[in-house]
Design a binder for this molecule. Structure first.
Ligand code: FES
Length: 148
């Protein structure tokens, strides 16, 4: 029956995000060149997004800070949207609407030899975006990190 699978898909989409295993602690997100300036890229294995700005990288946890549903990036609207109760976040994770009490959590990033890694199980709460939360990209992109 068609309704049952659709209901399961909807339930999976709306369910709160559960903690990941220790194996996801240092997730390989891709090569630095995979992330264009201005892009927001979904990293499904980390349940997070990687936003690249002119000044660096920001890994944003997908878990909505209201009640834990998965916020989704809407490229057309240029914002994260949570379908559970309507919270919205800008590309840096700051709240721009809805009941969410604080920005999306950020995740530590390291860049080693042009490869980007995310500590997907180490979310960091914050009150607002601060440029110090960005992981800077060295000219040679060899090694850099940030501790928000
Ligand atoms: S869980 Fe996202 S708005 Fe309520």
């Amino acid at each position: 029956m068609v309704c049952v699978p659709l209901a399961k898909v909807a339930a999976d989409f709306l369910r709160p995000i559960e903690p990941r295993s220790a194996t996801a602690q240092r997730l390989h997100a891709g090569r630095l060149s995979d992330f264009a300036i201005g892009s927001v890229t979904h990293i499904p294995a980390g349940r997070c997004y990687l936003a690249r700005t002119e000044n660096g990288l920001l890994a944003l946890r997908q878990k909505c800070t209201h009640l834990g549903c998965a916020a989704q990036w809407n490229e057309d609207a240029q914002r994260f949207q949570c379908r559970c109760h309507g919270s919205e976040f800008d590309r840096l994770g700051d709240v721009i609407g809805g009941p969410a009490p604080r920005p999306l959590d950020v995740l530590p990033i390291t860049i080693e030899n042009d490869e980007v890694f995310i500590a997907a199980t180490q979310p960091i709460e914050r009150a607002a975006f601060d440029p110090a939360q960005l992981t800077s990209i060295d000219d040679d992109a060899q090694s850099s990190s940030a501790t928000p």
